[in-house]
Design a protein around this ligand. Structure first.
Ligand SMILES: [Zn+2]
Length: 122
């Protein structure tokens, strides 16, 4: 079941290039581009590979597993609609790409799990 965003939360404006990523997010899947020539994962969505400049990219579903690279806890929201505190994290996904993640649900046990430098998101 699709969750409705809170009123006032700024929403992404998918482009034809980024639409597969956002469609996946809506379905609960973390989609990323993968280069068919050199095999690296490319994120943020690009028209060509950032590793070899090849144009043969396909969309794949990431495992969602990774390592917490860095994080900060935000106590003053950038938008009044954001409920604080929330964490902004940089995660190194196991496929070798970095992602910025915003999580306002990771408290208690989940936060402790992330402090152990390993967390997952599905
Ligand atoms: Zn490539």
């Amino acid at each position: 079941m699709m969750k409705r965003p809170r009123p006032g939360i700024p929403l992404p404006h998918p482009t034809p290039l980024s639409k597969p990523h956002w469609d996946g997010a809506r379905e609960g899947r973390l989609r990323v581009q993968k280069c068919l020539d050199c095999g690296i994962h490319v994120f943020i969505p690009q028209p060509c590979c950032t590793g070899c400049m090849g144009s043969r990219l396909e969309w794949v579903v990431s495992s969602g597993r990774g390592t917490l690279y860095s994080y900060t806890v935000v106590h003053r929201p950038q938008q009044p609609a954001f409920e604080v505190p929330y964490a902004v994290a940089v995660v190194l996904l196991e496929e070798g790409w970095h992602m910025l993640d915003l999580d306002r649900h990771r408290r208690g046990q989940d936060r402790d799990r992330c402090r152990s430098r390993s967390c997952s998101r599905r």
